[in-house]
Design a protein around this ligand. Structure first.
Ligand SMILES: Nc1ncnc2c1ncn2[C@@H]1O[C@H](COP(=O)(O)OP(=O)(O)OP(=O)(O)O)[C@@H](O)[C@H]1O
Length: 775
């Protein structure tokens, strides 16, 4: 049994030795496999290539850089090649850095695996040490067992010898006993001694036997511990085998992994090296091909260097030359500019003159007539038969049948009831735009109450009249001129009621306003306290109109009635400044919705209504007188006879343009008022405003004013001239148009001045105060 355990221990030792040798072999293999050698070779080769690349780069690129620096001119033919080479080299550098990183990774992996192998080796050492300890313990126990066995064997031998000796002695004792019996007391004493000795031996024998039993127990114990140790050894062996199996498997895996990684790295490195070699070959080729380019560059550089040396002198010369040329060109351009500016100014003046002439040819005072349509309610009533008819060939003729007679009225334009607001405005817009050029313009809506004055001037919400359309047109025109001209458009709204001026855009519309001469000596009139709104967009226009309406409504109890008995004025001032020419213009557009022109006798008014009617008639009569005086080129024009004419003084005077829109009702009931209105219109039409004063007088650089040189006069005490009412003094019938004068309007307007003279001679339609017959 003990021998068997010993053999096992020996066998284990042998296995351990084999394992150690195997581990050593693996370790040595791990240090120098073929793949590792290849890898090392690759690393060395890579290092060498890197060195070579670096040296190439440092030498050739330094040359190139130097060449590029010296020939850094943008037009150098080889700078692009050098640049592309530099880019390629930097790309290779990047690749080399990438490969270095990859190698470092592989080295790291290798280190990790080596450390794992190291730890396995340490585990193996530990197992070996444990096995050694077990072996030593086993040897110790075996030695002790041997000693104990030896001792026991010796003791057993001794005991057996003694027993043998004892066995051999009994006959002698028997003999002694017999001797004692037979022989002497000495013998008996010796016998007793021998018996004692025998008893001692017996005792010793039992002690030896006891010892033997103990030794046998110890032997059993030793055998048992030996069996335990053997079991333990078996367990250790199993563990060893398992550990060895694991170690082998691990080693195998590691080996495979290492080989695979190294192989992969090798393949990659090989392909990369191949690519690097190819690139390097390409670089070498490029470098070779660049050599002549470099030589050319060097010669170019030398050439350029010489040029650069000469450059300051040449530059100075060129700069002087260029300066001289630029000065020449500048002076040429500036003279051309001056010439162009002069031409531009001349053209502008010409254009204005042409426009003015056009307007003048159309007539400085134009009279249009608009016949309003019969409303639905009026159509239902019995008295709806219209007495007015139109000439299909001439849009300036209106026929009126009254009491069996047909009267013919010739005006500048007659709008039938079907005429739209847009059509009406089309005819008016040339006057509106002339205000941008610095002319003063007046557009009056004249006619009896309910004839459509407000409709024509203000219009309705979805179909606005002249007021809103004019402002919108002015906006679009000044916007078109915006790059050259800077325009400002201001708006005021005034009401004249019972010869009292009210500010419709002011905070307190019931306050009375005054008209005064401007203290700046310009001779212009102005209204202190009159609110002027600067309008910058079409949206502002709506706000202004809303405010005006609101204020007009708050100042009276019945707006409809009130509006019939008051004049409403929308005053638009357009001021322009041309920064390039320094020219300034200022034109005024007065859009007047006059009070109803019906006669007092017919209205049968009394008290306040009578005063209202008198005031209206007074102002309308004053308007007629002013136009009459202007036509007759009278030295005195009675502007101050009414607030209306006084306020509009500078817009009626001189080269101002006036449009009278006579509104007529088509109903037979209103026929007599219609006749009066049309007669008044015809008389006004025969007036031509003086052209003696030029429009340029209103330009800022003019020294005189277009307004008459009246001193500041308060209208509270106007010069009372007995002015007959225009209507009451109107002729009883309109002139009957001769066949010659009933030509279409276009041909007639072409010979406007001739016709004007004809009219004055042929027609009995003089203006108010000009000898006309009373109604
Ligand atoms: N051309 C037209 N087309 C359609 N309706 C019109 C036209 N002219 C006038 N009207 C209508 O006739 C009526 C009277 O017109 P409006 O109020 O303009 O007259 P008016 O002369 O201004 O009167 P007042 O002197 O009382 O202010 C209104 O209802 C208006 O809408």
């Amino acid at each position: 049994m003990c021998r068997c355990g010993f053999f096992q221990v020996v066998e284990l030792e042998k296995k351990l030795l084999d394992q150690t040798q195997e581990v050593e072999r693996l370790r040595s293999e791990l240090g120098a496999t073929d793949l590792e050698k290849q890898l090392e070779l690759l690393v060395v080769e890579n290092q060498r290539l890197k060195q070579e690349l670096k040296s190439c780069k440092s030498s050739e690129l330094l040359n190139l850089d130097a060449a590029a620096e010296t020939c850094s001119c943008s037009h150098c033919p080889h700078s692009q090649d050098a640049e592309s080479l530099r880019r390629e080299v930097s790309r290779w550098e990047g690749q080399a850095r990438h490969r270095e990183r990859r190698l470092a990774e592989l080295e790291r992996e290798l280190l990790e695996k080596t450390s794992r192998v190291e730890s396995l080796r340490r585990q193996l050492d530990e197992s070996t040490r444990q096995l050694e300890d077990s072996r030593r313990q086993l040897e110790e126990s075996r030695r002790r067992q041997g000693e104990a066995e030896h001792k026991l064997t010796l003791r057993l031998q001794e005991c057996e010898d003694q027993l043998a000796r004892q066995a051999a002695s009994p006959p002698r004792v028997k003999y002694v006993t017999q001797t004692v019996e037979v022989e002497s007391a000495d013998s008996q004493k010796a016998l007793a001694e021998l018996q004692v000795k025998n008893a001692g031996l017996q005792e010793q024998l039992s002690v030896q036997r006891q010892l033997l039993r103990e030794l046998e127990t110890q032997l059993h114990e030793s055998q048992r511990s030996c069996a335990q140790l053997r079991t333990q050894i078996l367990v250790y062996e199993g563990e060893m085998e398992r550990a060895q199996g694991q170690l082998e498997a691990e080693m195998q895996n590691l080996e495979e992994e290492k080989n695979r990684v190294i192989e992969e790295a090798f393949i990659r490195a090989e392909s990369e090296m191949k690519a690097v070699h190819e690139n390097l070959a390409g670089v070498r080729m490029n470098l070779l091909s660049l050599q002549p380019a470099l030589r050319t560059l060097t010669s170019d550089y030398n050439c350029l260097k010489r040029q650069v040396q000469d450059f300051p002198f040449m530059l100075d010369k060129a700069i002087t030359e260029a300066k001289r040329e630029i000065c020449q060109v500048i002076s040429e351009v500036s003279s051309t500019n001056q010439e162009l500016l002069r031409k531009y100014k001349r053209e502008m003046n010409l254009r204005k003159k042409c426009h003015n002439e056009l307007v003048r040819l159309k007539g400085n005072i134009r009279v249009f007539c608009r016949v309003r349509p019969v409303s639905q309610e009026e159509q239902d009533s019995a008295d709806s038969k219209t007495m007015l008819s139109f000439d299909s060939e001439d849009d300036a003729i209106l026929y009126l049948s009254n009491k069996g007679k047909t009267m013919t009225f010739e005006l500048d334009k007659v709008f039938s009831p079907q005429a739209t607001q847009e059509e009406v405005f089309q005819e008016v817009q040339s006057l509106v735009t002339s205000c941008i050029d610095g002319f003063n313009v007046c557009i009056f809506a004249y006619g009896q109450t309910g004839s459509g004055k407000t409709y024509t001037m203000e219009g309705v919400l979805d179909d606005p009249g002249i007021n809103q359309r004019a402002l919108r047109l002015l906006f679009s025109e000044v916007t078109e001129k915006a790059p050259d001209w800077d325009y400002k458009i201001t708006v005021s709204m005034v009401e004249i009621y019972n010869e009292t001026l009210r500010n419709l855009l002011g905070e307190n519309p019931t306050d009375k306003l005054d008209i005064k001469m401007n203290p700046d000596g310009s001779g212009q009139l102005y209204v202190p306290g009159l609110t002027e709104f600067v309008v910058q967009s079409p949206e502002d226009i709506n706000k202004v109109f809303e405010l005006g309406h609101m204020n007009r409504a708050t100042a009276c109890t019945n707006l409809n009635e009130h509006s019939s008995r008051s004049h409403a004025l929308l005053i638009i001032t357009v001021s322009g400044f041309n920064a390039s020419t320094g020219n300034r213009t200022q034109g005024k557009l007065n859009l007047v919705d006059l009070a109803g022109s019906e006669r007092i006798a017919k209205s049968g008014a009394e008290g306040s209504r009578l005063r209202e009617a008198q005031c209206i008639n007074k102002s309308l009569s004053a308007l007629g007188d002013v136009i009459n005086a202007l036509r007759g080129k009278h030295s005195h024009v009675p502007f101050r006879n009414s607030r209306l004419t006084y306020l509009l003084q500078d817009s009626l005077n001189g080269d101002s343009k006036t449009l009278m829109m006579v509104q007529v009702s088509p109903l037979p009931n209103n026929m007599s008022e219609s006749v009066c209105s049309l007669k008044f219109a015809q008389r006004v039409r025969s007036v031509e405003l003086s052209l003696s004063s030029s429009f340029s007088r209103r330009h800022e650089n003019s020294s005189t004013s277009s307004s008459p040189t009246h001193d500041s006069v308060e209208l509270d005490s106007p010069p009372v001239t007995p002015v007959p009412l225009p209507i009451s003094r109107a002729s009883s019938a309109g002139s009957t148009l001769s066949s010659a004068s009933r030509t279409p309007s276009i041909s007639r307007r072409r010979s406007q001045s001739q016709l004007s003279t004809d009219r004055q001679v042929d027609r009995a339609s003089p203006l108010v105060g000009d000898g006309g017959q009373d109604d």
